[in-house]
Design a protein around this ligand. Structure first.
Ligand SMILES: Cc1cc2nc3c(=O)[nH]c(=O)nc-3n(C[C@H](O)[C@H](O)[C@H](O)COP(=O)(O)OP(=O)(O)OC[C@H]3O[C@@H](n4cnc5c(N)ncnc54)[C@H](O)[C@@H]3O)c2cc1C
Ligand code: FES
Length: 273
């Protein structure tokens, strides 16, 4: 019988320190066939682990059309994530997945798109932004990206912004101005007030619970429907396949039914954020 927790060795080919304690790891499955066949939906996640230490859920940030490698970005906050931080090029990560539902791509392709990221929340949104800028459907819709970060040092994927801006407006706001920042300072909700938002749009958002607390009433006030607002939720996870119940919120499993839920669904879930 197939082991549902089976993970596979993947060799790290590149590591970039993208923000304090936050590194982007590029890797390839050692089995070339597995690498070539790997498919995922933007917003899905992997379980990345080290033998004898443990495994953690991490979003995939490489583009869906990139077949040669995968990329994750890990912030060292605890036991496993800090151990991954110490790995070097050539080290092996043990990886399983992809897991979760991903962003509602069929719905997104038929409407306009507003992408809202706070902090590390940009990670699962990056493959969506990449796909929108790389595909025919992305050219047919209006896309707007808003990204809020604590400070300049914590901004992720900075080299990508120029490319994203060629396709659609990417607006960034920092909690506090620092470094060489000359742009907006304030909260992400300030950007929503300052900008004309596309009509008939799907909102895809990922960020900390505090961001959702302020963001969701603002989006409803702006006329977006709860069914069209999608948020990615975070919970501690072990199995990632709906067995251990660690990630349960009411009768939903964040790992299997989510991590992405519409606000309409979230409104039926107890204390989702
Ligand atoms: C679907 C999903 C995608 C994620 N994607 C990324 C990603 O792309 N990059 C990234 O750096 N992190 C991501 N995370 C968070 C990451 O999984 C946690 O930081 C990690 O599990 C912490 O484990 P640890 O052993 O390093 O820390 P631990 O020693 O277990 O804990 C350190 C601290 O973090 C808290 N914590 C642990 N897990 C979580 C969690 N899931 N949510 C909130 N707090 C937690 C603990 O309560 C503790 O306070 C994601 C989480 C989920 C659920
Ligand atoms: S992590 Fe085990 S049920 Fe979700």
């Amino acid at each position: 019988m197939k082991n549902p927790y089976q993970s596979y060795p993947a060799k790290i080919t590149k590591i970039v320190l993208d923000a304090p304690e936050t590194r982007a790891f590029t890797f390839r499955f050692q089995d070339a066939k597995r690498q070539a066949a790997f498919k995922f939906i933007p917003g899905q996640f992997l379980m990345a682990g080290l033998p004898g230490i443990g495994e953690i859920p991490v979003g995939i940030n490489s583009p869906t059309y990139q077949k040669k490698f995968l990329q994750i970005t890990v912030r060292g906050v605890g036991r496993v994530s800090k151990a991954i931080q110490h790995k070097t090029v050539g080290s092996i990560l043990w990886v399983r997945g992809p897991y979760g539902n991903g962003w509602p791509m069929e719905k997104i392709k038929k409407k306009n798109l507003v992408v809202i990221a706070g902090g590390l929340g940009i990670i699962p949104l990056k493959p969506l932004i990449d796909e929108a800028s790389h595909s025919d459907w992305g050219k047919k819709i209006q896309v707007q990206v808003f990204y809020g970060s604590r400070n300049f040092e914590n901004l992720l994927f900075e080299p990508q912004y120029k490319r994203w801006n060629k396709f659609y407006r990417t607006q960034i706001i920092l909690d506090t101005a620092s470094g060489r920042w000359r742009g907006e300072v304030g909260r992400i909700t300030d950007l929503l007030d300052k900008n004309q938002l596309p009509h008939d749009a799907i909102v895809t958002a990922c960020g900390p619970p505090i961001m959702y607390k302020f963001l969701t009433p603002k989006l409803l006030e702006k006329g977006f429907k709860a069914e069209d607002i999608y948020l990615s939720l975070e919970r501690k996870m072990y199995c990632a396949i709906g067995v251990c119940e660690h990630c349960a919120i009411g009768d939903k499993y964040v790992c299997k039914d989510g991590p992405i839920f519409s606000l309409a669904e979230i409104n039926q879930m107890p204390k989702a954020f």
